[in-house]
Write a protein that binds this ligand. Structure first.
Ligand SMILES: Cc1cc2nc3c(=O)[nH]c(=O)nc-3n(C[C@H](O)[C@H](O)[C@H](O)COP(=O)(O)OP(=O)(O)OC[C@H]3O[C@@H](n4cnc5c(N)ncnc54)[C@H](O)[C@@H]3O)c2cc1C
Length: 290
């Protein structure tokens, strides 16, 4: 049985560099280990949460008297003619690089997307007008009660930033993404453009979680635009600040606590509601003990 690391600070496992100490941290290396672990934690009644790259979460500053499962060691991959099979802990950006190495096109949009491919699927990540579910062929996942199961993309319930099986308690262990033969120069050029876009737009200048709030595509409302229109860029609580370069990013300027970020999120939500009547929906997930 996989053994935990004990009394581990979670901050280094998050892009925010924020988070308290957890009683137990597990790094399963494959699907069988993940299932065994889940069943053990469930039968023991141990509470847990899952992290991939920790790039879309805020973990509380307090002591987490439970387990954290980190997927980054499930990082195998296999390049096939029509698809890339990836362990859920593989970095999303690496999937795009593997495409380039094999002259296969379709995964460029994942280049420089922070975090793991499993985390990207869990939140149906998108960039360049493409959702990861647009490329999805199948998912292999585990559940403490239902065991292991392969889901075909056509059987899944997903929408913008949402994948139903994750809300039902399934943990993604492996997924297959479609690709097709492409021209290395064209693929490389697109990846360079994406990298430049993210650099020019300061995405990697500070620790953050990317976008805090979801956009409302039905009503054509971009959360960042809405927050900016109310003059909230630069608003600060402690070390947390609404990014001057992107109103939907809350950055850690150096010494932010989870409470700072949480309070700033709350203030933005309150101001937006009072001034516009709109209730913002969070993209960021909060875990641990606040
Ligand atoms: C600078 C920056 C830019 C970003 N740009 C974008 C962007 O352009 N588009 C976009 O969509 N997002 C963006 N994000 C957000 C983030 O990168 C993505 O959501 C990313 O795909 C999350 O992956 P992760 O492994 O870090 O997930 P985590 O943050 O570790 O987890 C996110 C959620 O998924 C769950 N989860 C993680 N792995 C699994 C698994 N294997 N099985 C089940 N559940 C799991 C976690 O429990 C949690 O609820 C950005 C973030 C940053 C910091």
């Amino acid at each position: 049985m996989i053994q935990p690391e004990k009394e581990v600070s979670i901050a280094p496992f998050t892009y925010y560099k924020i988070g308290g100490v957890a009683s137990e941290v597990y790094f399963p290396e494959n699907t069988a280990e993940m299932l065994e672990l889940l069943q053990k934690l469930t039968s023991r009644g141990t509470k847990y949460f899952i992290l991939g790259g920790g790039t879309n979460v805020l973990v509380g500053d307090g002591y987490w008297d439970g387990a954290v499962i980190i997927t980054t060691r499930i990082n195998h991959f296999a390049a096939r003619n029509d698809q890339l099979i990836c362990g859920s802990g593989l970095e999303s950006s690496r999937a795009a690089e593997i495409g380039l190495e094999h002259a296969m096109s379709g995964l460029e949009f994942l280049y420089k997307l922070p975090g793991s491919i499993g985390g990207a699927l869990a939140g149906n990540a998108r960039f360049d007008n493409k959702n990861i579910t647009d490329a999805l062929i199948s998912v292999f996942a585990v559940h403490s009660k239902h065991g292991m199961k392969r889901f075909m993309a056509s059987d899944l319930d997903f929408s913008y930033k949402h994948l139903m099986i994750v809300h039902e308690g399934w943990i993604i262990c492996e997924l297959s993404l479609a690709w097709e033969e492409g021209d290395v120069d064209v693929i490389g050029k697109r990846m360079n453009e994406i990298e430049q876009f993210r650099n020019v737009n300061h995405h990697f200048d500070f620790p953050s979680c990317g976008c805090v709030f979801k956009n409302d595509y039905k009503n054509n409302i971009q959360a960042g635009w809405l927050i900016d229109s109310l003059g909230l860029k630069g608003m600060k609580i402690g070390g947390a600040e609404v990014a001057p370069f992107h109103a939907n990013f809350i950055i850690n300027t150096g010494n932010a606590t989870a409470r700072d970020v949480q309070n700033l999120i709350g203030q933005i939500e309150q101001i937006v509601l009072e001034k516009t009547g709109i209730t913002l929906e969070r993209e960021i997930r909060l875990y641990g003990n606040f």
